[in-house]
Write a protein that binds this ligand. Structure first.
Ligand code: ADP
Ligand code: MG
Length: 453
């Protein structure tokens, strides 16, 4: 046996244990990986056929981790490549054909929303949960039923739901998949109540057949059914019927079930049976990556400088991020010259500077820094000292000192720290700015965001 081959299981295990990979990601991604081949300086890892679509995603996520794990296990450096098992091309063809035939039956899905073009960024937990569901929904061991995806508007919930549907459609084309927005569901319920006979049995039966005969139901924006009694009741029975028959249900909402006030206790219990995952606001890198991806699609029409400007200034909503980008693309179509930063700023001024006069104070800085680093205010105020929390906390002190009139002791008291801790933390940030250009850039962009709010 060759060196990597011999230690393959150990390497795989060290990836799993040392990188804190969630059980679901282990099951979805790591477990199915097989050792394939190696040379003196490179290793090839094989993924099962059904992972073809996400080869890039996996390479992106795991290549570096495997390079390090192999180097640590063998004291020798190897490059790592992933390939897909294409030993069974015939089976693949059959799937393709079925897929074509089935397209119309699953036409509730928007084809352009796929895992391929979803930038994982700081949402790897949500993405891996969705992938796990996509891989197992409609089978006897469907993971996480129901899957409940929640988070603010414009953060990718609908995209992820269609991605699950499209993935299933492609890999398991015999499944009946139905996507519905809960507003449409409500309208259908109302319509069938109205158009039904007195006891409205007939049209209700049609509605029930439609929703209860699917293998996978994706219901988007479930918060809309709150307070709509008949719809809520209908959905409750649909849910139970599907669930009892082992069918998969994927729900999205703008809030966690426990904050869905007025919703009956019965739902709360049911929604919490499976797994709840939240989609997080995108961090800086994720926003930039999404813009770069969009820009590639449009032939790199917009300069990097402008992409950075948008990334710096639109931080909480991907729909807005895309909106800003599309506005510039529209502008570029009517303009004969390349779009300059000045033109971009001018064209985006309504989107980007809506409340220019906002004062910069401790709260604003706290809000922007925690958002930027994806940490909670409670963590910042706590005694936790791990780097993920300590650094944003230090940055908050530095920015308050730089951008507000607060004294060091008043900054300290707002953060449950004393005056000398504040001074030493501010100095640490100054040192990092001096020694690390990318850190400096990060701070600059935060300052830009805060001062342009
Ligand atoms: P939500 O349903 O949470 O309100 P959507 O799924 O409709 O948000 O997303 C809004 C837009 O942003 C869509 O065009 C979607 O494709 C895009 N989008 C959201 N998140 C991502 C992401 N991580 N990568 C790429 N595009 C994204
Ligand atoms: Mg949506």
């Amino acid at each position: 046996m060759k060196p990597v081959e011999e230690k393959w299981e150990i390497i795989k295990n060290s990836v799993i244990t040392e990188y804190d990979i969630s059980p679901i990601a282990v099951k979805t991604w790591i477990d199915p990986m097989e050792y394939y081949s190696e040379t003196d300086d490179s290793v090839t890892i094989m993924l099962p056929n059904n992972k073809a679509k996400i080869l890039d995603l996996i390479t992106d996520k795991y290549k570096d981790i495997f390079i390090i794990a192999i180097s640590e296990t063998l004291n020798n450096d190897y490059d790592v490549n992933f390939i897909v098992d294409d030993v069974k091309p015939q089976e693949n063809e059959v799937i393709q054909n079925n897929f074509q035939e089935n397209e119309s039956s699953n036409s509730s899905l928007i084809k352009k929303y796929t895992f391929d073009n979803f930038v994982t960024g700081n949402n790897s937990f949500a993405v891996s949960a969705c992938l796990a569901v996509a891989e197992t929904a409609g089978t006897d061991n469907n993971a996480y039923n129901p899957l409940y995806i929640y988070g603010g508007s414009g953060l990718g919930k609908t995209h992820l739901m269609h991605a699950i549907g499209n993935y299933l459609n492609e890999h398991n084309p015999s499944l009946k998949i139905l996507y519905v927005n809960s507003e449409n569901f409500t309208n259908e319920v109302i319509k069938s109540i109205r158009s039904g006979k007195k006891d409205n049995t007939e049209s209700m039966t049609i509605l029930r057949e439609k929703y209860r005969n699917v293998d996978v139901l994706l219901i988007d924006d479930i918060q809309f059914i709150i307070g709509k009694d008949a719809t809520q009741e209908e959905f409750f029975h649909t849910f139970n019927s599907l669930y009892e028959n082992g069918k998969s249900i994927i729900i999205s909402s703008d809030k966690h079930p426990k904050y869905m006030e007025i919703l009956d206790e019965r739902y709360l219990t049911r929604f919490q049976m499976g797994l709840q995952v939240d989609v997080q606001p995108p961090n800086y890198e994720t926003r930039k990556a999404i813009l770069i991806q969009l820009n590639q699609k449009h032939g790199d029409k917009i300069s990097d400088e402008i992409l950075t400007y948008i990334t710096d200034n639109i931080s909480s909503n991907i729909r807005e991020l895309e909106g800003a980008y599309n506005k510039l693309i529209a502008l570029s179509k009517i303009s004969s010259n390349e779009i300059t930063l000045e033109m971009a700023k001018n064209s985006l001024k309504d989107i980007i500077n809506p409340n220019k006069n906002k004062v910069i104070n401790f709260d604003v800085i706290m809000e922007e820094v925690t958002k930027h680093y994806n940490v909670s205010v409670n963590d910042i105020l706590s005694n936790k000292r791990n780097k993920e929390i300590a650094i944003p906390r230090q940055i908050i002190m530095y920015l308050c000192d730089k951008l507000t009139e607060d004294t060091k002791s008043s900054i300290g008291s707002k953060l449950n720290r004393d005056h000398s801790t504040v001074i030493s933390n501010i100095n640490k940030v100054k040192e990092m700015i001096e020694n690390d250009p990318s850190f400096e850039k990060n701070i600059d962009s935060l300052i830009k965001i805060i001062t342009s709010l």
